[in-house]
Every structure is written in C-alpha cells, then in structure tokens.
Design a protein around this ligand. Structure first.
Ligand SMILES: [Zn+2]
Length: 992
C-alpha cells in the first residue's frame, strides 16, 4: 500500500517513444499519489495505461472489447478457455497451475457485457512478470482445443457413460455455472431490465450465456470470436504499482512482437431512445412450501447518459445517490414508507458497466397488483422532489462521500488496483479519457461549481433524466413454484426428442466423444509441458512474517489496541463487545440488534436525520458479529463489533455518532424497526441460492464447534428461520421484541466487555484516543455475569430443499486450532486437495463450477464444499475418497511444493490499512501471537511428504468416525433421488 504522500517523479515525457511505445500523456493525480502514463504501441495500436505509485502489489490486466452477437455465452466460455493453454505453454490447465504454484495475490478473468479482462497481481517482481508473461501468451495465442471447448462450454453425455441407451444430458462448466446464476432472483431481475432497456443493441444479449442458448454455440463460432476480438489492436492494457513504466514497456514490447495492426470492428453503438415506456413480466423459482404472497419484485429502470459524457454522468451519479443512496434519500424513504413492498429491490442503483448508464429503483416483497401504485408513487415522488428540491445537508453528504471514498485505500477480496482499473475502463473502453473519474479533487470542485452556478442543478437532472425520459422499463418479477419443474420437463423432452432423432451411429459418436473427453481430462500433463511454466522455489519464499504494529494498553479498565499505519488521512475505530455471556436463546437476536442500532435514530434524531449525519461525517458505520476459538482450541471468543471510519477532521463527530447510538439508540419507531427486520430477512433469503455452498458449509460446521454454531445462529439458515418468524410476529405488535432488545442492549454495551481498536498514523491515533473517551464515559459497567450455556453438538446428515437447478454439497470435520502440531499439515492438505484432487474430480470431471477444501483453525473446522454442482452422490463419493488421495505416493514432492507456495501466498495476502488493524485485533482475541505465526510458517515451509501423509492419515482416521457432518443444499427432487442411492440417508428439510 502507498506509504508516502506524493506522486513518483515522472520518468517519461509526452511525445517520447520508448521500446516502440509512444507516450501520449503524462499526468499526476496527487490525491492518490499516482503518476499516470497513457501510451500506444505504434506497431499494433495496443493501448496502455500505467498508474505508477509506491504500492508493491503490482497489477497487470489485458482487456478487449468483446461485444456479443447472441446469448450463447461465447465471451464467457472463451474467458474460461483461453487460460487452458497456449503453444508456448501446452498444458491442459495453465490457469490452475498459476493459481497454485505462484505467489499471485490475485489471478482471475472477468466477462462483462461488452468487454473481457484478464488481471493478475503479485507483490514479488519476478513472480509478477512471470505471471504477466504467461497470461499475455495465453490470451493472445491460446490453443483452444476442442476438448477445452467441450469441458468449459457444453457437451452431451449419457447418464450412464457406457450406455447409449441411457438418458442424454448436457454438461459443461459455464453451462452449470449459468444454470446456477439463472436460479437467482436477483440475477433474473437484472437480466429482464438489461434485455428490455437495450432492445436490438449488443446489451440485449447475455455475454455470460443463457443456459437455453449455450448449447447452440459451435466450436467454429467459438474460435472465430477469438480471432475477431483478441488482437493487440483491440487491446487495452492496464498497469498499476511500483514498477517503473520503462520496465513495463520493455516487457510488453517482447510480448507484442510478431503482431501487426489490424482493423477490428468492435465499436459499440448507442441505444436509440424510445418514446414510450415498456412493461415486462417474468418469473423466478420459489420453493414449494413457501407462500407466493408478497414475493414479487417491481422495478423501474431508465436509460441515462453516455459514460464518456463525464459532466452529465457525474451529476447523475450524485443525483441517484441523493435519491436512494441512504435511508435519508427522498425516493428511498417514500417507497419504504408507502408499505407497498417490504424493502428496496436489490438491483436498485446506478449501473455503469454499459456504454450508457442505467438507473433502477424498485420494491421487492410486494404483489403484482401493486405495480401500478408503485410506478405512480415513484413518479409522484420525483415530481415533488423536482418542485421542492433536495435538502442541502444531503447534497453535502454526497460530496463528502466522494471525497472519503476517493481518499480511502481499500483492498477487500481484490487489489486496490482493480478498483482503479474498473474506473478507468468505464470511459476508456468507449474511447473516452481513462483518468477522468480517478481525479476526485477535480470531481468535487466540478460538482461544487455546477451546484453554485445553478442551485437547482440536481432537480433539473431529475426532470430531464427521470420525469421526462420515456426510455424506461417497468419490470415485474413474480415467484413460480413450477419454474424449475417446467424447465426440467421441457429439457427432458427436448433431449428425448433429440435422442430419438439420432441414429445408432450418431449416438455411438456422442458416447465416443464424451469418452475421449474423459480420457483427456484424466491424462496428466507431460513433464516437458509442465516444465515450460516459470516456477518459484520454496527457497524463494521469505522465512519472516509481516508484523502489524500494535500497541496494547489498558485505560480505565478498557483494553485499547493501537496500530500506527499510514491510512491516507482516514481514522478507523473498531468497538468490540464480548457477547459470550449472552444466553443461547438470545444469541439469534444479536444480528438484528446490530442492524437496528446502525439503521435507526439516536439521541433524539430520527433515522433520516441520523442517516444524513452519518453521510456527512463518517465514511461508513457498521456492526457485525464474529466468533472463534483460541489457538489451543480450549476456549472461544464471541464478539459484536461496531466499525466507524472518518476523515481526521471529522473524527470527533463520527465517534459521537457511535456514542449516541450506544447510549441512546432509538428502539421505539415501530415501522422503521419492521422495515429493517424485513430487509434483513429478504437479504438473507436472496443470498441462499447464490451462496449455497457457504450456507451448506455453515450448517455442517455448526454441529461441530461452538464458534461455527454461533456463525450458523447469526448468519445461516437458523438465522433465516428466526428472522422470518420475528418479522411475522412483530408486524402488528413489536412490544415483546422491543423489550427483549432493550434488555439485550443493556447486557451487551458494557464497559467491562469492551475492546477498542484504533488504526491510523500517529496524528490520527492521537485524535482517535481523545474522541474515544466519549464512548467509554457513556457506558454502563459493573459485574453482571450469567453462565453461558454450551449448546449440544451432534453429527448429522441433512438435505435442505432450495429452489435451484444445481446443488451445493458440504462435508465438515472437527479440526484443531493454530497451536496444534497438525495445523501446518491441515493448511497444506486443504490446498493440495483444492488444487489437485477436488479441482479435477468435482470441477473438471464432475462439471461443477467449483470444488474446494477449507481449513479454518479459528472455527475448528475442515470442510469440503462444492459450488453449482450437478451431482450429489458422486460428489460425496469423491469426498469419501479424499483421504486415499493423501495417502502414500499420491503426494508428490512437486505438488507438495506448489501447495506450500499456495499456502504461504494465502497467509501473506496483502491487506489494506483498515484490515491490518482489524486482523491484529482478531489475532489478539485468538491468542495468535507473532511467535506462533512464525513457528507455523516454518513448519509449513519445512513440510515433507512423509510428515504430511502421516499427519493426515491420523487426522482422517479419527475425524471420519467421530465428527463428520454432511449437508446438501439442493432441489427437493434431487435430494430424494440422492437418498435412493445413499447408504446413510439425508434428512430432508425445507429451507425456512
Ligand atoms: Zn465463469
């Protein structure tokens, strides 16, 4: 992460030519400490953007415009397939080799509606160039074997592979991935809008692939798509990090040699504006036992300005933020207060991954009859806003958010460079200025100037782009209990008819091709092929650990942790309360308490005023729950953690907000309480199908350890059941709920249960320390203990019925924590199983989107998971055979080394400043000190085949017998079919 408050000195000048690249522009972005170079390769026309800064996590991304001509998913299937292998690197799956044998901190590929991007990142320079070299070769010169197309795209096979008389079915990784995606109501909502807002445009197609259309794609079309669009002349290469521009250019010159400039027709036309709104109706799958009442979503979407029209798109972004960006937004509020639906639709917001932006707003948890009322309400509210204007505090809050998020250095699952990459492509892809959105100081002064010139500017935007804009879609998405059944039936009929039309010879051909695909998948790469990939050695890995600066003190009996870290002027405060003493029956209320405390009013202000105050003074305010075991596995911790972040100048007010919430949070506004409860219920419900593997893993682990049990209680299906009941019960009368929460709050927000965790540089820490006294002064204290009851844990076999066309299969084992001698082996074994065994059997051969093994020492769990899986019984068999894979000669030195590199890479994953501070606090709760971390690292680095094999044999012998739990999330019909074949039957239950 950048650590100095200045831009690197420019090393190239505009007009200069270096290594065949012409420098078009050099510009500094002081707020981000970046020096930017825009360049072009003279010979091929490849465009290059380099953002030079002092972040050592360098990022390389090559992107192409890939406008789809249909919904066969050809850009997506190609995205998967190019990474399989190239002439220079003739392996069957290079991507997976890079994933496991390098120190990559990020390696992926993304299919967007109109572009495909291939990013890689690493903190080690040699590793970075190795990765970038292989990636570029794969993308520009892939093999694109027929087998790869069958495997990643689609192919036919028989349910009994050897018997052409058995049923004919379709398989393929993208095919199953998209079947999973098309089971999610959120995805179907977005699809309906996209198709109808862009009729006749490339965006009317699904670049990801519609499962109905994917089988129509031919191998020839697939290869032709690559020939057409994957040329340096159609490429935009994005670079970010501390490597100097000249080094990048020398590298790129080598990669692009041999290519000429060609004409690529990849321009994207704008959608012509319609003069009339369009009304559409669609359906999504719902479980049999659920009621269809109040399960419909109604959305209204408008086609807006071009991304490249910077001024208009900026003003539109602010306007949309004002309308629905917080609970103080007037359109947000009007929709919620109307009670026409339960909460805002999940697709609400501005979408800028198209050439022209789209804004959507709507309600879910409603009925079809309400659609005209919802539409009327939206327009009536917009008219009122146009007439009376926006509250200026709301506008100031929106401008403050631009400043805050411009300044903040964030790295969640993705490198910071990825966020900048996304922003650059939003304009660059359409031949606009790639830097325009990155310069937030300029953005802020432009907004202020426009607002000063015309105080009604945002009202005018509402009038022009929403009230008078007839190019809009009103979309209704209704639940259907027969959705999957109908599709299954139609599919079976289609395949049956197809089979009946084929001759014996043709059927035999299908069998042969499927058979040769299986043989191809089962044959290992030749050693010469594997040797083509650049490799790291164990000796290249540092034997030291990254130490997070931490200063521990106790002030007035409160534990305070401080981390002196450069944060670019932002202060982070974590306020953690121990909740281990809360009785088991009250634990499920904690997540709701967290949501209400941060979403209601406080200290005499209603929630709307509070939301404005937060937007104006804080970058964010949230509260979550988390639990873990100590390193010896003997104790555990359970915490409720508030997090607030703000610019240094706002720290005092931001901390005052939290202090007001803790001391005087409002629990009296019945409607608001119900709305937040319903929102939580709907969010959790909608996340089950897209994250089925997480839910299945949670439910399985819950029966094995207390931290995992809490996780399920707070975030899993148990919580979904709980919150659904509470939402129903508290609809009419919430007195009981209010009393419970009021009592609970008194039990949680206490001085003796508090830890404060602060992250900022010395200046920020001083400001934070002073402000934090406000919190401790307000809290109640004194002894109040109640004995925690430990819930009973027992192994089980469960099948949870969900409306999805694919399954999620989890098997969990109780596993020891960090300090146990087995920990190093468990870390490596989980990597090895994920990289090799599960990848091959669950994904490559099984056709599931993913299969993985996770070791979570703090949760005390080792788990196998599958994602968007067409199988259940077969997958469980693969899990059962896993111990055999880890026995004896199957564990080769080479694979072990890759697993060690991958394990170390995961432990060394870069973190943003806020996360470093947070992780240090979690380590403190766990008792994971730096000595233990160093020792564990050495044990991982020094692992031998012999120790690993012995350790894992020991682990699985006891684990399999004493503590294995299986949970499958899938369609009820499939669960029952699986039970017919399973020895130990799954106990089939409905989701909620
Ligand atoms: Zn995919």
């Amino acid at each position: 992460m950048p650590s100095e408050n200045k831009c690197p000195a420019a090393t190239l000048t505009t007009g200069e030519i270096l290594h065949g690249f012409r420098v078009l522009r050099v510009e500094q972005l002081p707020d981000r400490r970046i020096t930017a170079y825009e360049m072009e390769h003279e010979k091929t026309g490849a465009k290059v953007l380099h953002l030079h800064c002092d972040d050592r996590e360098n990022l390389y991304a090559i992107g192409f415009r890939t406008p789809p001509g249909d919904s066969t998913g050809v850009p997506h299937i190609l995205e998967h397939s190019v990474l399989a292998g190239s002439e220079k690197f003739p392996l069957k799956d290079v991507f997976n080799e890079l994933l496991k044998g390098t120190l990559q901190t990020f390696i992926n590929a993304f299919t967007y509606p109109d572009k495909t991007i291939y990013p890689v990142a690493s903190q080690v320079h040699t590793d970075f160039f190795n990765l970038a070299c292989v990636y570029t070769d794969l993308v520009l010169r892939p093999m694109l074997l027929k087998e790869t197309f069958y495997q990643e795209g689609h192919h036919m096979e028989f349910t009994d592979p050897d018997d052409p008389q058995s049923d004919l079915v379709l398989s393929g990784i993208v095919y199953n991935e998209m079947k999973g995606a098309y089971s999610s109501s959120d995805r179907l909502m977005g699809k309906a809008i996209q198709e109808n807002i862009f009729p006749g445009n490339i965006y009317a197609h699904d670049a990801g692939g519609d499962p109905e259309a994917i089988p129509q794609l031919t191998y020839e079309q697939f290869k032709a798509f690559h020939r057409t669009f994957y040329s340096p002349s159609n490429a935009r290469i994005f670079l970010y990090g501390d490597i100097p521009a000249a080094d990048h250019l020398a590298f790129l010159a080598g990669m692009l040699s041999g290519f000429e400039k060609i004409d690529v027709e990849s321009s994207i036309s704008s959608q012509k504006k319609r003069q009339k709104p369009v009304y559409v109706r669609g359906a999504y799958p719902l479980s049999k036992e659920e009621t269809t009442e109040r399960k419909t979503a109604v959305n209204c979407a408008w086609l807006l300005a071009e991304n490249t029209d910077f001024e208009t798109s900026l003003l539109l972004k602010i306007t949309c933020g004002l309308l629905v960006g917080s609970s103080a937004g007037p359109l947000y509020k009007a929709l919620i207060d109307s009670r026409l639906g339960e909460d805002l639709s999940p697709v609400t917001g501005l979408e800028d991954d198209f050439k022209q932006m789209v804004f959507t707003v709507g309600l879910r948890g409603t009925d079809a009859d309400n659609a005209p009322l919802i539409e009327e309400l939206i327009f009536e509210t917009l008219r009122k806003i146009y007439e009376s204007g926006f509250d200026s505090a709301l506008i100031e809050g929106a401008i403050h958010q631009v400043e805050f998020h411009g300044k903040e250095i964030t790295r969640g699952a993705m490198p910071y460079g990825i966020a900048l990459m996304d922003a650059a492509y939003h304009t660059w892809l359409y031949d606009g200025d790639p830097l325009i959105g990155l310069n937030f100081s300029r953005v802020i002064s432009l907004v202020r100037k426009k607002w000063e010139e015309n105080p009604k500017i945002f009202q005018d935007m509402v009038k022009k782009w929403f009230l008078e804009n007839q190019h809009r879609v009103i979309s209704l998405l209704e639940p259907s209990k027969t959705y999957n059944e109908e599709r299954d039936k139609a599919f079976k009929q289609k395949m049956g008819a197809l089979k009946a039309s084929l001759s014996t010879e043709e059927l035999e051909n299908i069998r042969k091709e499927a058979d040769s695909l299986r043989r191809f998948q089962a044959t290992p790469d030749a050693p010469e092929a594997a040797a083509t990939l650049p490799r790291l050695n164990i000796s290249d890995l540092p034997r030291t650990i990254d130490i997070i600066p931490t200063d521990k003190t106790i002030r007035n009996d409160i534990k305070i942790l401080q981390h002196d870290i450069f944060t670019n002027g932002i202060a982070y405060l974590d306020i953690a309360f121990d909740v281990a003493h809360i009785p088991d029956d009250l634990q499920p209320y904690l997540p709701l308490l967290a949501k209400l405390m941060t979403g209601m009013g406080a200290a005499g202000l209603d929630y709307e005023a509070m939301a404005k105050r937060i937007a104006l003074k804080a970058g964010g305010l949230s509260c979550h729950l988390t639990a873990g075991a100590t390193t010896d596995g003997r104790h555990n911790w359970q915490k409720m953690i508030f997090q607030v972040e703000s610019l240094y100048r706002n720290v005092e007010e931001a901390v005052k907000i939290v202090s007001d919430i803790l001391a005087a949070g409002d629990l009296s506004h019945r409607e608001r309480m119900y709305d937040l409860t319903a929102e939580r219920k709907n969010d959790l419900h909608a996340s089950v199908v897209p994250s089925g593997h997480v839910f299945a893993g949670r439910a399985a682990a819950a029966m094995l350890s207390l931290p995992a049990y809490r996780d399920e209680q707070w975030h899993g299906r148990t919580q979904l059941r709980f919150i659904s009941r509470i939402a129903e019960e508290s609809k009419a009368d919430n007195r009981e709920l209010r009393e419970k929460l009021t009592d609970l709050r008194k039990m949680v927000f206490r001085r003796e249960r508090l830890t404060l965790n602060m992250t900022a540089d010395a200046e920020g820490l001083a400001i934070l320390s002073e402000a934090a006294a406000m919190i401790t002064g307000q809290l109640g204290g004194g002894e109040e203990k109640c004995a925690p009851e430990i819930p009973l844990l027992s192994p089980a076999y469960l099948g949870i019925a969900i409306p999805a066309q694919v399954s999620y299969v989890a098997k969990a084992f109780k596993a020891p924590s960090y300090a146990d001698p087995l920990a190093a082996s468990l870390f490596i074994a989980a990597k090895l199983l994920s990289n090799d065994y599960l990848y091959k059997h669950i994904r490559v051969q099984g056709g599931a989107y993913g299969g993985m093994c996770q070791y979570e020492p703090a949760g005390g769990i080792l788990a196998f998971l599958s994602y968007r899986d067409p199988h259940i019984v077969r997958t469980l068999q693969v899990y059962n055979d896993a111990p055999n894979f880890l026995a004896g000669e199957m564990v080769k030195r080479e694979n072990l080394e890759k697993a060690i590199i991958g394990t170390i890479g995961a432990l060394d994953k870069p973190m943003d400043p806020a996360t470093r501070g947070y992780v240090s606090m979690i380590r403190d709760f766990t008792g994971l000190d730096d000595g233990l971390r160093l020792n564990l690292r050495h044990r991982i680095l020094d692992m031998t085949e012999k120790v690993l094999v012995e350790d894992m044999a020991r682990f699985f012998t006891t684990a399999e017998k004493s503590s294995s739990v299986v949970v499958v999330y899938g369609e009820e019909r499939r669960l029952r079919e699986a039970n017919a074949a399973l020895e130990t039957k799954l106990n089939v239950e409905p989701l909620a």
